[in-house]
Design a protein around this ligand. Sequence first.
Ligand code: SAM
Ligand code: DTB
Ligand code: SF4
Length: 330
Amino acid sequence: MQAAALASVAHTPDLFSAPARHLWTVEEVLALYDLPYMDLLWRAQKTHRQHFDANAIQRSTLLSIKTGGCSEDCGYCSQSARFNTDLERERLLPVDEVVAAAEAAKAKGASRFCMGAAWRSPKENDLEKVLEMVREVKALGMQTCVTLGMLKEGQAEQLKEAGLDYYNHNLDTDKEFYGQVIKSHTHDERLETLAQARDAGLNLCSGGIIGMGESRRNRAAMLVQLANLPVPPESVPINNLVPVPGTPLGDAPPLDPFEFVRTIAAARITMPTSWVRLSAGRREMSDELQALCFLAGANSMFYGDHLLTTGNADFAQDDALFERLGLTAV
Ligand code: SAM
Ligand code: DTB
Ligand code: SF4
């Protein structure tokens, strides 16, 4: 850089007044996990309150716009064509059906509508229809999110142009454990899709699944990878595996619920300004366990009777929980 240019940068206050960002190590995150439970929750709650209203929960409604028949082999997934899961395969839904579902979600009080497709990556003519869905859902005044698999060059820009707010693509687990769950596409390809979405100016929604037989170190390493991205994801879904009969993980033993809460707390501490979403597996949790997750810093959820192919806590139960805990929806 030329001396004159350097001097002008040196006088740019933003560059030099911002505190240096902490990059996490796996050992540091393991040390968080190892804290006595009350200390971990206290630290997570303090961090949470520095950045968020601790009583406000963001609510997204999910819709599967294209179900089943996926070419990929993700070992947890009901939608892979490689496993025998009794799932009815469906074509891409018509745009008007999707918009009607978004209108209903908005009327119930969801602020974001997330559309999921069981694709390795979207084909151009399918993407055209998804772009129309994004335009129309956005026009309802909702935030929009899609999860369509891996993106090819230019697709993230098309989505951004149509009014997309968030692209969801999960790391799912750390690089080391990944190969035991998924072989048809790589962890690096996932990072590449996240980079493309980020470069197109989209917000990222990226997290993972726990309870797949991974170690605590694998969980910590996944959080480190998310937290140390050039810009951490704005939204971090933490899914508890929903074991689906017929998938390789259909018989996975349940995870200790306290380990799930510890993972939420570690996500909150390592990504203090991200929305941490209590995602799949919530239907199987008691109200008390969900309250512990909120105390540990979860501040987002899927709101609606269905996730993609499995059930979710129903509206009435969630509305009652909000009432009992004095939570407000954002
Ligand atoms: N095909 C796209 C993809 O893989 O990115 C989008 C849909 S895929 C179903 C979205 C995410 O849902 C997965 O990355 C995974 O984290 C989560 N998921 C899928 N099946 C699950 C299950 N049985 N339990 C928990 N999470 C699950
Ligand atoms: C995410 O992290 N979890 C959601 C959403 N992103 C697309 C999906 C959960 C799927 C749970 C299993 C199913 O319903 O098929
Ligand atoms: Fe396909 Fe996505 Fe399921 Fe993997 S997680 S099998 S890519 S739908």
